[in-house]
Ligand binder design. Sequence first.
Ligand code: HEM
Length: 134
Amino acid sequence: MQIEEKPAHATPFDWIGGEDKVRALVDRFYDLMDLEPGYAALRAAHGSTLADARDKLFWFLCGWLGGPSHYTDRFGHPMLRARHLPFKIGILERDQWLACMAQAMAETAVPQDLAERLKNSFFQTADWMRNQGG
Ligand code: HEM
C-alpha cells in the first residue's frame, strides 16, 4: 500500500499511534459490526464468532500501515482476495465494510487527515475483494 506520509510521522502506523490504537480501532470495528443494524449484511457474511477475525485484522493492519509484520510472520503472504473468495462480497458488503470502518475510525479518534487517506486505500482494497456483481 502506498500512503503519502505526513512528514512528522515515519509511517501511518506511527501516525495512528501504534499497536494500542490499531487494536482499539479493530475492536470498535467488530463491535459496531455486531451492534449496528446498518451492518447486518456484513455481519451475516461472517461466522458466529468474530474472535479470529479481530486478531487477524489487527495483525494485518499493523503491517499494512507500515508497522510490525505480525500477519505475514504467522501466515505468509496475505492473499486477501483469495482468502475472501468463500464469502459473498458484493457492493452492499463492500460499502458496509467501508462505512463500518469509517465509523470506527471516527469513534476511536483517528486523526482526520489520516482517516481520509486510509478511506481511499480501504476503498481500493475492498473494491478489489468483490466477488459478486451486486
Ligand atoms: C469488502 C468487504 C469485506 C467483507 C465482507 C469481509 C469479510 C471477511 C470475512 C467473513 C472474514 C473471515 C473472518 C474469520 O476468519 O472469522 C474476513 C477475514 C479477513 N479480512 Fe475481510 N472482508 C472485507 C473486506 C476486507 C478488507 C478491506 C480488508 C483489509 C483492509 C480485510 C481484511 C481481512 C483479513 C486480514 C482477514 C483474515 C484473513 C485470514 O487470514 O483468514 N477484509 N473478512
